[in-house]
Design a protein around this ligand. Structure first.
Ligand SMILES: Cc1cc2nc3c(=O)[nH]c(=O)nc-3n(C[C@H](O)[C@H](O)[C@H](O)COP(=O)(O)OP(=O)(O)OC[C@H]3O[C@@H](n4cnc5c(N)ncnc54)[C@H](O)[C@@H]3O)c2cc1C
Length: 406
């Protein structure tokens, strides 16, 4: 297999890079570069710019508004977006509910939701996990009882990312508690977050941010026409969603962007009487990380060039390697930036703690640059990267079965 990019792919990379350079708002880029998470309005604005160009629904078939790119082009596009750094497209819309509706939706559901999802007119969130149903998702308990043309939903979801921003949630619910197999009694519903009976309660994570939520359903009435797929066949829909489009799973562009950023600040930061970039230990860490990123890039290209699927259409188990190693690299890259900041990484963290009700906020100004004060925040948030999207232990189980045959 030839693992070099073709001339056409290199030209495509240049086209994407130039578009992002010209169109990404400078203040958004700068905020992200300094380690801030994108705000809701940043994500919406950028997705709409990409959508106007025909690139937001980058993985959808052309007849549904996709650009008709190859898997390698999709990978290049995602990498360039992260490298910029630009806000990521809302995955709930683009890689989750969009493809699900294209595959399983009724014509009315496609007409109602697809274009709005691409343009981020509707912000979607994912209601799968529950207390007691994470890795073992099939044990979920949120119930939906049929009453005429409606389901009445009761129960609780947890770890629901960005539910506080969301207009709609796609949720797995139990429609037949008596089914012989747990997987057979589940349905997939689209629920308007404004429906009476829904309560969203924030979960503040270790970095002090509000990204996660609990979502409670108390007698929430959902029209039957908002079910995707057949009743009790929601597991098929969920399996498709979880196995679909894993091209960007390693998020290598993000790791590379953070290592580049660490190198840049290490040239400006002094440690032990010289620039940090001159420090042998620091240089070794950079070299090791860059080598590992390069190695994973090659693995990624191999998986992506083969279409990301096996001959039988199931997800390539090697994408589990991309998930495991990709998240380890993201964690190591943000750790590198934090270590470059040294003690200056402390103040924001102390302030975030204070915001949670700990010590009163310090009155002194932050004694260092903004990037340093922010450095601990992505480091702490990305502790979760080896848990979400299917924990790394579960990915290892997949590999031991599918690749090692154990
Ligand atoms: C930041 C973040 C965002 C998230 N966003 C969403 C979201 O938007 N929507 C949503 O529905 N969910 C979301 N989740 C939930 C996520 O999918 C679950 O956390 C994940 O599936 C793990 O489930 P759990 O937390 O219940 O842990 P558990 O499944 O209870 O696992 C606990 C530990 O045991 C290990 N473990 C479990 N089973 C096995 C096994 N068979 N073999 C070996 N080890 C095992 C796990 O790897 C983990 O280390 C999010 C989670 C995080 C942290």
């Amino acid at each position: 297999m030839d693992l070099r990019f073709t001339d056409a792919e290199a030209a495509f990379r240049e086209e994407v890079r130039a578009f992002i350079r010209d169109r990404l708002p400078a203040d958004t880029r700068e905020r992200l570069r300094l380690g801030h998470a994108p705000r809701k309005e940043d994500t919406v604005a950028w997705q709409r710019i990409l959508n106007a160009k025909g690139w937001a629904a980058y993985s959808w078939p052309k007849e549904h508004g996709g650009p008709g790119w190859s898997a390698v082009q999709r990978m290049i596009f995602l990498e360039e977006n992260l490298l910029a750094p630009a806000p990521e497209l809302l995955s709930f819309n683009i890689t989750m509910i969009g493809p699900v509706l294209i595959q399983f939706g009724t014509p009315a559901q496609k007409a109602r939701f697809l274009a709005r999802a691409a343009n981020l007119d509707d912000w979607w969130c994912q209601g799968f996990s529950e207390p007691g149903a994470g890795s073992d998702l099939a044990s979920l308990k949120t119930s939906a009882k049929r009453e005429g043309d409606e389901y009445v939903v009761n129960g609780q979801k947890i770890w629901t990312s960005t539910a506080h921003n969301a207009d709609w949630i796609f949720a797995l619910v139990r429609t037949n508690p008596q089914a012989a197999k747990r997987q057979e009694g589940i349905s997939f519903l689209l629920i308007d977050m404004k429906t009476p009976g829904i309560t969203v309660r924030p979960i503040i994570s270790i970095d002090g941010s509000h990204h996660l939520n609990e979502v409670f359903f108390d007698d929430v009435r959902v029209p039957v026409e908002q079910r995707v797929g057949e009743e009790n066949r929601g597991w098929d829909v969920a399996k498709f969603l979880l196995g679909n489009e894993r091209t960007g799973i390693a998020r290598l562009g993000k790791s590379r962007e953070r290592v580049d950023f660490a190198k840049q600040i290490a040239r400006e930061t002094r440690a032990g009487g010289r620039a940090l970039i001159e420090d042998e230990g620091f240089r070794q860490r950079v070299a090791r990380l860059e080598t590992e990123i390069k190695a994973l890039e090659l693995t990624q290209l191999r998986v992506v060039s083969a279409g990301g699927k096996r001959a039988d259409g199931k997800p390539d188990p090697f994408s589990s390697i991309l998930k495991i190693k990709g998240t380890e690299l993201q964690q190591a890259a943000t750790e590198l930036v934090m270590d470059a900041a040294g003690p200056l990484a402390m103040p924001a963290w102390a302030r975030e703690l204070a915001a949670l009700g700990g010590e009163p906020p310090p009155n002194e100004p932050v004694p260092g640059p903004d990037w340093a004060a922010r450095a601990a925040v992505p480091y702490l948030f990305l502790r979760a990267a080896s848990i979400y999207g299917g924990s790394n232990e579960i990915q290892k189980n997949i590999l031991t079965k599918a690749v090692l045959g154990l």
